[in-house]
Design a protein around this ligand. Structure first.
Ligand code: ME8
Length: 679
């Protein structure tokens, strides 16, 4: 396929079981930035994002929310799209896996794999992790998933299988011949080691639930959710359609230039996806680029850990450009990086307000004041070596920034650009144009013109370079520079000395007003308010559903289980309802009082396979020292919640006695192994 001059980039399609948080924003913003820059480099760019809406996980979330999977998916998918639109992300298409165009394409792909002899029927018996939608290599029923530690479920069914084992050699050949196929290198090495350790055939259909795409001709099976999801990258372009417009789009943009993903889904993209494509005889994407995780309070930001930060809070306070800049500047792309409101505000003030903002406002306001808003022209006679040094550095900045950006080294590229910002700010201070302006002679006037022209030209260069990263503020600076609409700028030709003669400035105003001291607290409070609005009832008890607007956050009480004295509850639950609650044996390793909370203890409990922190309201009944070594029962599958700033990752089970609800911990007379499940 020969399609020069095009660039096709994709984000993962996000699960609709959780509303978007800044982890999702991170990948989508990185892709948007790359797409914007490629357009400025003259490439015909196609940027795809979307939502992943099938599978048991979504089906269960919808049931818990009391609506149909489709209604549930409509709502959450709408939230993703709304957020991307609010941030003015420049995606060209948004695919939903429930759309007919996708269903048709996935079925066509499945059929093609069958016709080419890569799919056969067999039977599967083993463990499945619903959270990761992954068949895992553990043998014991309920054993923890090696990827995420959650209990696996036993699956025993007749399935369709994909001959993944036949792909071992072709995949290894691919990784060797195309070293840029997986980036960065560390991920590539992991994938090679994984494939070398041997590939088993992959079950690609399920019969135990129905929320998925039916296998063509055998409708009691639904297609494995990852085969369904990965295919979005081609179905969105029109794969499987006869319409000539779709065929042309597919021919034009496939293969993808970049699938950008988080590191936890590398195996699906670098092993399964190329294996499916190789088997189907479809060209392979050119590269899979994996970034690291955004951490919040030391662990991966994710809904299940309850440590999420919403983009909306930052958009409402400091704006989209600040979030974009922070994500790409603060986190070394490919590595994990921490988010904190403190770091965000600090970056904003130091780099945007004091750095670029200051350069822009002081340069432009001096041009307004001293040259009536017209960019002055430098006179050759008034040049000093310091002016040439700025020009030289600007040229180096263009080359360095572009090369680093091409390698997805966003933080280094921005560091390079801000090197120029800092140098020009220093140049202004060193040359004191305000003092030069006080002198009335012709030489001083020529000198002033040269200083301000040099500063304005450097400002123009930085603004152009970082436009894909902070599009809104750079568009404003561009207009203030009197250069009109930045969107028509061609980055390939950017060079020193192109500032047009006698450019008349636009209206000059501050682009990044400094954030005051209270900004961090305000954002933290907004997050708390948002979480409080979204708090759902405790565990889905008695089959009781969460209300529609309670699909998110919803951490659960960590205090002792409050059982009303004596009278049993009238509400009957089924055994399946009970099975949803995962009660396990754990041993207290650490117990201590929580500062400022006289009812709470912070415990660390050992589950045999992992240690959890639990915050429990038992301080009035138990001395922390006496609890160490004691075996307790915990609810292990509750959504975590924060109490007094501490994450509680489960709940201790206790009887609650008397009107005061005095807690008495559940325990055993016999010795029981850690992690044992109560059924
Ligand atoms: O995995 N840090 O969807 P998903 C960085 N539907 N990136 C993060 C992040 C964090 N803390 N949290 C989420 C799925 N992301 C599948 C994908 S693709 C065919 C199917 C980003 O909703 C990151 O890009 O769990 C990660 O890979 C993706 O969201 C996972 O989104």
């Amino acid at each position: 396929m020969d399609n020069p001059g095009k660039f096709y980039i994709t984000t993962p399609i996000y699960y609709v079981n959780a509303r978007p948080h800044i982890g999702h924003t991170y990948t989508t913003v990185a892709c948007d930035t790359v797409a914007r820059r490629q357009r400025m480099m003259g490439l015909d760019t196609w940027f795809l994002t979307g939502t992943d809406e099938h599978g048991q996980k979504i089906e269960r979330s919808a049931t818990a929310a009391g609506c149909s999977p489709k209604e549930f998916a409509d709502r959450v998918s709408g939230e993703f799209r709304k957020l991307w639109d609010r941030m003015h992300l420049t995606y060209d298409d948004f695919i939903r896996t429930t759309e007919p165009r996708h269903v048709r394409g996935v079925q066509a792909l499945f059929k093609r794999l069958q016709d080419r002899g890569y799919i056969y029927k067999g039977s599967y018996s083993g463990q499945y992790c619903v959270y990761d939608e992954l068949y895992v290599d553990v043998t014991e029923a309920g054993a923890p998933c090696p990827e995420c530690g959650r209990p696996t479920e036993t699956v025993q069914e007749e399935n369709y299988f994909f001959k993944l084992s036949a792909m071992e050699e072709p995949l290894l050949k691919l990784y060797t011949e195309e070293p840029g196929f997986i980036r960065p290198e560390t991920r590539r090495n992991e994938v090679i080691a994984f494939v070398r350790s041997g590939l088993r055939d992959l079950s690609v259909s399920r019969t135990t639930f129905t929320w998925g795409i039916p296998v063509p001709g055998d409708e009691k099976h639904v297609i494995y959710v990852w085969l369904d999801a990965l295919a979005n990258y081609i179905t969105a372009l029109g794969y499987g359609s006869d319409d000539p417009k779709d065929t042309a789009r597919f021919e034009r943009y496939w293969p993808a230039d970049v699938h950008m993903i988080g590191k936890e889904i590398v195996r699906f993209h670098c092993v399964y996806w190329p294996a499916f494509l190789l088997a189907a005889g479809i060209p392979l994407p050119k590269s899979i680029v994996a970034h690291g995780w955004l951490l919040f309070e030391e662990s991966k930001m994710s809904k299940s850990r309850g440590n999420i930060v919403r983009s909306e809070t930052i958009l409402d306070t400091l704006g989209a450009d600040t979030l974009r800049y922070f994500l790409l500047r603060e986190i070394v792309f490919g590595s994990d990086g921490s988010f904190s409101f403190d770091a965000l505000v600090q970056r904003f003030n130091s780099d945007l307000a004091n750095g670029l903002g200051n350069l822009s406002s002081r340069t432009l306001s001096m041009i307004s004041r001293y040259f009536e808003g017209e960019i002055p022209y430098p006179s050759p006679g008034a040049r000093v070596p310091g002016d040439d040094a700025v020009a030289e550095l600007a040229q180096q900045t263009i080359a360095g920034f572009q090369a680093q950006f091409e390698q997805y080294q966003f933080s280094r590229a921005l560091e390079t650009a801000w090197g120029l910002v800092a140098a020009v700010n220093k140049y202004i201070v060193d040359n004191e144009p305000w003092a030069v302006a006080e002198k009335d002679d012709q030489d001083s006037r020529a000198r002033l013109a040269t200083i301000l022209h040099t500063s304005a030209e450097a400002l123009r260069i930085v603004t152009a370079l970082v436009h894909p990263v902070i599009p809104e503020s750079t568009a404003r600076i561009w207009e203030q520079l009197g250069l009109g609409d930045i969107s028509s700028l061609d980055l390939r030709t950017l060079a020193w000395g192109q500032l047009p003669l006698h450019t008349k400035l636009g209206k000059v105003e501050a682009v990044f007003p400094r954030a005051d001291k209270g900004t961090v607290e305000r954002m933290q409070q907004m997050e708390l308010d948002r979480a409080a609005q979204a708090v759902a009832p405790a565990v889905v008890e008695s089959g009781e559903a969460k209300s529609p607007n309670q699909t998110e956050a919803a951490p659960v009480a960590v205090a002792p289980v409050s059982v009303p004295p004596a009278a049993p509850s009238n509400s009957i639950i089924t055994i399946d309802d009970f099975a949803k609650v995962e009660l396990r044996v754990a041993q207290v390793k650490v117990a201590e009082k929580v500062k400022g909370a006289d009812k709470l203890l912070r415990l660390e409990v050992d589950l045999g396979t992992e240690t959890r922190q639990i915050v429990a309201g038992i301080a009035k009944a138990y001395d922390p020292e006496k609890l160490i070594g004691r075996k307790v029962v915990i609810v292990a599958n509750l959504e975590p919640r924060k109490l007094r700033g501490l994450e509680s990752q489960g709940m201790i089970v206790a009887a609650s006695l008397g009107d005061d609800g005095v807690p008495v911990l559940a325990g055993f007379l016999e010795d029981v192994p850690l992690g044992a499940r109560l059924k």
